[in-house]
Design a protein around this ligand. Structure first.
Ligand code: PRP
Ligand code: URA
Length: 209
């Protein structure tokens, strides 16, 4: 069974509270998505392997540790996942970025894939899939299925807000994928929106409504 990490760090909780407010405008919302992504990235990379190296300080030689060079790929789910990329790259500047485009059919709530471009060597990379919202879980489950089809085996999923329904579905369909979220909310409403949530993440990031 996959691991679920709910990041209840005070900084994360504070920033997510501001994001939730309907009075928070596009500029601030976008900045907060990026900042929360950086903080979630910190937690989601806790298990990256390190190796011992020797570094000459101005005083002496230090035996110290650095990342063991594992190759990473970030895959934002378009559109809203794009808002998390810069915040992740702030800590992982060498990661390659793939893109997968999914939208939810507003009546059936079923995800529709419209774009997929991943690094050629995706099978060798640790993949971190990004989407601020895990609602029914349809988009995440389908995106991860497509990414696995292209050879990836080592996948994590980072969202800002999750609903219990999406979390259960993701765990059921991809029990090998660990999940990192800033908050786990109460439920979905009849339109598939997370309650209390923060509204439509894509619209709030890109100012489309
Ligand atoms: C939102 C969100 C997720 C999806 C979550 O995207 O960014 O991708 O809904 O819902 P689900 O868990 O029920 O699949 P949306 O389909 O609104 O597209 P957008 O990012 O282009 O706005
Ligand atoms: N997608 C969003 O952007 N928000 C929700 O609450 C659910 C799906």
């Amino acid at each position: 069974m996959s691991k679920v990490m709910i990041m209840d760090h005070p900084l994360v909780q504070h920033k997510v509270s501001i994001m939730r407010s309907k009075d928070t405008g596009t500029k601030e919302f976008k900045e907060l998505v990026s900042e929360v992504a950086t903080l979630l990235c910190y937690e989601a990379t806790r298990d990256l392997p390190t190796e011992e190296v020797e570094v000459e300080t101005p005083i002496a030689v230090a035996k110290t540790r650095q990342l063991a060079g594992r190759k990473l790929a970030l895959v934002p789910i378009l559109r809203a996942g794009l808002g998390m990329v810069d915040g992740m790259l702030a800590l992982l500047p060498a990661a390659k970025v793939g893109h997968i485009g999914m939208y939810r059919n507003e009546e059936t709530l079923e995800p529709v894939e419209y774009y997929c471009k991943l690094p050629d060597d995706i099978a060798e990379r640790e993949v971190i899939v990004l989407d601020p919202m895990l609602a029914t879980g349809g988009s995440a489950v389908d995106a991860i299925r497509q990414i696995k089809k292209r050879g990836a085996v080592n996948i994590k999923f980072i969202a800002i807000i999750g609903a219990p329904e999406g979390l259960e579905r993701l765990q059921r369909e991809h029990p090998d994928v660990d999940l990192y979220v800033a908050a786990l909310d109460e439920k979905l409403n009849e339109n598939g929106y997370i309650v209390p949530g923060l509204g439509d993440a894509g619209d709030r990031i890109f100012g489309t409504k």
